[in-house]
Ligand binder design. Structure first.
Ligand SMILES: [Mg+2]
Length: 135
């Protein structure tokens, strides 16, 4: 894949006159609810084929989940790639500086002393979000 899903989904939203914002903000409740329903629908379709497959159907439904998630982010003006990068940074900080995974005796991966939780609020504020601001 050469483009981020964000670019593809933005193209789709613009072509079909769907909502799109360029800065993060809360959206009207009806729109937020509609996006929530789309997400739930696609997540349910993916869950339905998660075990039994077939694999091509699972791949299709996983892509639908991601597509709708990016679309929902776009509707809210969120640059989801930057949020994912922050989540990834936090996940990778579970590794110690020596590249070793801290594990409990029973094998559970521990967050370790170098773990830094994701700060999604900071990412959105950098994108122009004003918490509690008007939509
Ligand atoms: Mg689907």
């Amino acid at each position: 894949m050469t483009a981020s899903p964000a670019d593809l989904v933005r193209e789709f939203h613009l072509a079909f006159g769907l909502h799109a914002r360029s800065t993060p903000a809360e959206v009207p409740p009806e729109l937020a609810a509609h996006r929530g329903e789309l997400l739930a629908e696609e997540a349910a379709e993916a869950a339905e084929v998660a075990v039994e497959g077939p694999l091509d159907r699972l791949a299709h439904e996983l892509a639908d989940v991601v597509y709708v998630a990016y679309g929902t982010a776009l509707v809210h003006g969120v640059d989801l790639d930057e949020v994912i990068a922050e989540i990834h940074r936090a996940n990778m900080s579970k590794l110690g500086p020596d590249g070793q995974v801290a594990r409990r005796a029973d094998g559970k991966v521990l967050k370790g002393e170098h773990y830094r939780a994701p700060d999604v609020s900071a990412v959105l504020r950098r994108q122009g979000w004003i918490p509690g601001g008007a939509a």
